[in-house]
Design a protein around this ligand. Structure first.
Ligand SMILES: Cc1ncc(COP(=O)(O)OP(=O)(O)O)c(N)n1
Ligand code: 3NM
Ligand code: MG
Length: 509
C-alpha cells in the first residue's frame, strides 16, 4: 500500500449536476479538510436547485470497476457512502467493502440518502432491508436525517424518545453508531439538534437554526466532513462536532449567495475556526434537556454563573506535583500556578491538603487540588482540578457554591466543548505529546490540533499538558495557550531551578 502525503477519502455517491450535493459537495469538503478525495459514482443524477429530473443509476460493473481501480492505487483512509440507487448497488458495495475491510480496517460512514431536499425520491423503494442486512454491519457510523431514520427503522420518530429508540434499534441491527441529523425538524424552536447514539450512550449536539434557503447538500457535506476527520485520526465524537461546525459555518456564510431559483448549496468555507459554529453539547442538568428527554434534575448546578475566573487568563508555568515539599520549593522560585496531584494517598491526605492550602496562602498561589474536591472545599483551597470522569460524580454545585475555582481536563474537541458548558475557571487540553507519566496514548492531540482548539477560545484561560519538555515548549506556547502544565519536565529535571527559569522565559516571551 502506497503512502500518501494527504489522507485519501473515497466518496461512493451520486453526481449532482446542480453542483450542490453528492460527490460535488463531498469533494469540496474533503479539500477543505486537507484530504484527497476519490469518487466512485453510483448515479448520474440530472438535478438543479428545484427538481430532480432523472437518477440514472450506473450499472453494477461500472460501479465496481471504479472501486477496484481505486483500490489498486489509492487505498482509502476512510470511506463515505452516499446515494446507493438500488438494492443491487447496496449488495455490490457491501460485498466489495467486506473484502476491502479484511485487508485493512478503515472507518466507513454511510449517509443513507433517500430523498433530495426538493422532496424527490432518489432511491428505488425497498432497499432498506438490504441496507440493514448487508451494509449496516460494515459501517462505523450512519448519518440519517429523521425522515431516513423513520424509513430504516420502520417506525415514527416524532419525539426525542422515539428518535433514541429508533437509533437503538438500528444499532442492534449491526451498525456501530448513528448520528441522526435534525436540520429538517425542530424539537425545540430555533434549535437544530443532532443525536449521536454510540456505544449505548446518547449525546445531543445543539446548533442554532440559521434561517435561509441555501441548505442543499448539508447531509452529504456533514457525512463527508466526518469521514475526512476520521481519516485525519479524530475520534468519532470529535469528528461529529467538528463536522457539524463545518456545516453550520457553511450555512451561515453561504446564506447570502444566490445560486439557482430553489434551495441553493450550503457553503464550503474552510476549517470551522469560530466557536459560534460549534454545537452546545446538551447537559442533563440544564433546563432545556427536558425537551430532549435528557434531563437529570438531581444535579443542582447554576449554569448561568459558571466558576470564579482566575485573576489572569494566562496562568503561566503550571507544575503538577505530588507533595507539599515540592509546592514550597517551586513557590520559592516564583511559580504562581501549582497543582497538588496525589495518586496514592496515605492516611495523611487531609494533612497534605491542609499543608498545601497553607503554602498557597503564604505565597499567594493559584493552587489547585487534583481529584479530592470534598477535602479541597473543607480545607478552603483556592481551586480544584477535575477530569472528565469526575464531572459525573463530583458535586459541581457544591464546588461552585463554596467559591472554589475549577479546572477541567479535556482531550479533544468534544470534551473541550462539553467542559466549556460548565464555564470552568480554566480548561486543560492534553495530552499534547506522548508522556511516561500517564498512559495517554489514545488521546494525543499534537500542536496543530491544539492550535485549532486554542483559536476557538482566544480569551479563555487554557492550559496545555502532556509530554511537554523544554524543547517542545516554544511550539506549544506558539499555539496561543497561556499556560503549560508539566510534571516530569520540572520534578524530573536534573536542576529544577534552571528548568523553572527556562520554562518561564519561554512562556513569558
Ligand atoms: C492541568 C492539568 N490538566 C490535566 C490533568 C489531568 O487530570 P485528570 O484527567 O483528572 O487525570 P489525573 O491527573 O487525575 O490523572 C491535570 N491533573 N492537570
Ligand atoms: C497528569 C496528566 N494529564 C494529562 C492529560 O492529558 O490529561 S497528561 C498528564 C501527564 C503530564 O505529565 P508530563 O508533564 O510528565 O508529561
Ligand atoms: Mg484527576
Amino acid at each position: 500500500m502506497q503512502e500518501s502525503s494527504k489522507p485519501i477519502v473515497w466518496s461512493i455517491a451520486g453526481s449532482d449536476s446542480g453542483g450542490g450535493a453528492g460527490i460535488q459537495a463531498d469533494l469540496l469538503t474533503f479539500a477543505d479538510f486537507g484530504c484527497h478525495g476519490c469518487t466512485a459514482i453510483t448515479a448520474n443524477t440530472a438535478q438543479n436547485t428545484t427538481d430532480v429530473a432523472a437518477i440514472n443509476a450506473v450499472p453494477l460493473d461500472v460501479l465496481i470497476s471504479q472501486l477496484a481501480t481505486l483500490q489498486r492505487d489509492l487505498f482509502p483512509a476512510a470511506i463515505k457512502i452516499g446515494l446507493l440507487a438500488n438494492s443491487g448497488q447496496v449488495a455490490a458495495v457491501a460485498e466489495f467493502l467486506r473484502a476491502l475491510l479484511q485487508i485493512k480496517k478503515i472507518p466507513v460512514v454511510y449517509d443513507p440518502v433517500a430523498v433530495a431536499s426538493s422532496g424527490a425520491a432518489l432511491t428505488e423503494g425497498g432497499i432498506g432491508e438490504t441496507v440493514i442486512e448487508m451494509l449496516l454491519p460494515l459501517c462505523d457510523l450512519i448519518t440519517p436525517n429523521r425522515h431516513e431514520l423513520e424509513l430504516l427503522a420502520g417506525a415514527p420518530v416524532g419525539s426525542a424518545g422515539r428518535i433514541v429508540a429508533a437509533a437503538q434499534q438500528l444499532c442492534a441491527a449491526g451498525c456501530d453508531a448513528l448520528l441522526v441529523t435534525g436540520g429538517h425538524g425542530e424539537l425545540v424552536e430555533g434549535e437544530m439538534a443532532d443525536l449521536l447514539w454510540d456505544s449505548g450512550r446518547a449525546d445531543w449536539f445543539i446548533g442554532e437554526k440559521i434561517p435561509g434557503d441555501n441548505n442543499h447538500g448539508t447531509g452529504c457535506t456533514l457525512s463527508s466532513a466526518i469521514a475526512a476527520c476520521l481519516a485525519l485520526g479524530y475520534p468519532l465524537r470529535d469528528a461529529c462536532v467538528v463536522a457539524k461546525a463545518y456545516v453550520q459555518r457553511g450555512l451561515r456564510q453561504g446564506k447570502g449567495e444566490k445560486i439557482g431559483s430553489g434551495a441553493g448549496p450550503v457553503g464550503h468555507c474552510g476549517w470551522p475556526s469560530e466557536l459560534r459554529d460549534f454545537p452546545d453539547i446538551l447537559l442533563p442538568s440544564e433546563d432545556r434537556a427536558k425537551a430532549y428527554g435528557f434531563s437529570d434534575t438531581a444535579d443542582k448546578f447554576a449554569f448561568e454563573q459558571g466558576f470564579a475566573p482566575p485573576d489572569t487568563s494566562r496562568l503561566g508555568l503550571y507544575p503538577v506535583v505530588d507533595s507539599v515539599e515540592w509546592l514550597e520549593k517551586l513557590a520559592e522560585r516564583g511559580v504562581r500556578t501549582l497543582q497538588l496531584r496525589i495518586k496514592n494517598p496515605g492516611g495523611d491526605l487531609r494533612q497534605q491538603v491542609e499543608g498545601a492550602v497553607a503554602i498557597g496562602r503564604e505565597y499567594n498561589l493559584r493552587l489547585f487540588i487534583n481529584d479530592f474536591w470534598q477535602l479541597a472545599i473543607e480545607c478552603g483551597a483556592y481551586g480544584v482540578h477535575l477530569g472528565q470522569e469526575d464531572l459525573q460524580s463530583a458535586d459541581l454545585g457544591a464546588i461552585q457554591r463554596a467559591g472554589l475555582k475549577l479546572g477541567i481536563s479535556t482531550h479533544g474537541f468534544y470534551e473541550l466543548l462539553l467542559a466549556y458548558r460548565y464555564r470552568p475557571s480554566y480548561l486543560a487540553i492534553g495530552a499534547i505529546f506522548v508522556t511516561d507519566t500517564k498512559d495517554m496514548s489514545a488521546q494525543l492531540q499534537g500542536t496543530e490540533k491544539l492550535a485549532r482548539m486554542a483559536a476557538l477560545l482566544p480569551d479563555y484561560p487554557l492550559v496545555a499538558i502532556g509530554g511537554i519538555s523544554l524543547a517542545r515548549a516554544p511550539a506549544v506556547a506558539a499555539t496561543g495557550v497561556g499556560s503549560i502544565a508539566v510534571v516530569s519536565a520540572v520534578t524530573g529535571a536534573e536542576n529544577y531551578r534552571q528548568a523553572v527559569e527556562q520554562f518561564q522565559a519561554v512562556i513569558e516571551n
